[in-house]
Design a protein around this ligand. Structure first.
Ligand SMILES: C[C@H](/C=C/C(=O)SCCNC(=O)CCNC(=O)[C@H](O)C(C)(C)COP(=O)(O)OP(=O)(O)OC[C@H]1O[C@@H](n2cnc3c(N)ncnc32)[C@H](O)[C@@H]1OP(=O)(O)O)[C@H]1CC[C@H]2[C@@H]3CCC4=CC(=O)CC[C@]4(C)[C@H]3CC[C@]12C
Length: 276
């Protein structure tokens, strides 16, 4: 049975497959949201698996880059509106069971130390576009659809979009998307800079792998240091950044890998980086 068949199967909810799949391929970790029968709407299990995948990315030196995608030709339809009806999130906020300032599964208040590439096909709605904003490089099939729909259901974009979206795309467009909940297709998302690549439908994951392979072949210390500075300097005056920029850069220059890179160039061979 294909993923799309599973979407229409009455027994789709009772399958044994986990709500999120995590596979390692060399230096890449691939995280796949896996509830295609609900357009990969977020479940507690999915969020728990994503949290532990993010910890694995940060702690395992073998992992140099990560890809986030969805099964069955869909990215993610946001919060599961069917289960939210049975147990509203407000109950967990009120009881103190959940701290809404950090929603680690959605990368709110928590950042990976390695690059994260989103490979989007189909809908990336509400929570789907929210988690997208926690990724670094974004590729989408041409029919992919984006939007922050929460206000339509009188919900708040608790995945961080009211803070992040106006920083990532022009203010007036962010305001319109957040306040109307309208959706946009991949070409418009690319024009706005919300995503970086539009590819034919079905090819987003392959393109994400191409990009991931290039990153994985680079010096991991250099990659992580560049990412760190890009994030730490966000929103600061340039002059406030140079001391940290120099400190982080000097550590990279002092590494064994910084000797291996130029040596490989001279010897006309591919560098073999060790991450030290
Ligand atoms: C606030 C954060 C996010 C909120 C949200 O995301 S609100 C949800 C908004 N989602 C939408 O508006 C999308 C709705 N769906 C659609 O528009 C369409 O389905 C589609 C465009 C996605 C696809 O269209 P389609 O024509 O291809 O397919 P359909 O026929 O419509 O659908 C097929 C099938 O799928 C089912 N489906 C689709 N979408 C959903 C969905 N979202 N939920 C359930 N089911 C869906 C559809 O019904 C069809 O099924 P069928 O049986 O065939 O009819 C929150 C995000 C995460 C939250 C945190 C999570 C952790 C926490 C836990 C706590 O206890 C405390 C709170 C919290 C921290 C929590 C806080 C809030 C979040 C951050």
């Amino acid at each position: 049975m294909s993923a799309t068949d599973a979407a229409t199967s009455p027994s789709a909810d009772t399958t044994e497959a986990p709500d999120c799949l995590v596979e390692q391929d060399g230096h890449k970790l691939i995280v796949t949201m896996n509830r295609p029968h609900r357009r990969n709407a977020l479940s507690s299990e999915m969020l728990r698996i994503m949290e532990s995948a993010w910890d694995r990315v940060n702690s395992d030196p073998e992992i140099r880059v990560c890809i986030l995608t969805g099964a069955g030709g869909y990215f993610c339809a946001g919060m599961d509106l069917k289960t939210a009806d049975a147990k509203p999130p407000s109950e967990s906020f009120e009881s103190g069971e959940y701290d809404p300032t950090v929603i680690k599964g959605l990368l709110k208040g928590f950042r990976l130390t390695k690059p994260l590439i989103a490979a989007v096909e189909g809908p990336a709605i509400a929570g789907g576009t929210e988690i997208l904003q926690g990724t670094d490089i974004r590729v989408a099939g041409e029919s992919a659809k984006f939007g922050v729909a929460e206000a339509r259901w009188s919900l708040y974009p608790m995945g961080g979009s009211a803070v992040r979206l106006p920083r990532q795309i022009p203010y007036t467009v962010a305001a319109e998307l957040l306040l109307t909940g309208r959706t946009l297709l991949a070409p418009e998302a690319k024009e706005l800079g919300l995503i970086g690549h539009v590819v034919p439908d079905g090819e987003a994951l392959a393109k994400a792998h191409d990009i991931a392979d290039k990153i994985a072949a680079n010096g991991p210390l250099a990659v992580q240091a560049i990412l760190q500075t890009m994030r730490d300097s966000e929103g600061k005056h340039e002059d406030e950044c140079w001391a940290d920029d120099a400190r982080v850069g000097a550590a990279v220059f002092s590494s064994e890998d910084a000797k291996e890179g130029p040596r490989a160039f001279l010897e006309k061979r591919a560098p073999q980086f060790q991450g030290r």
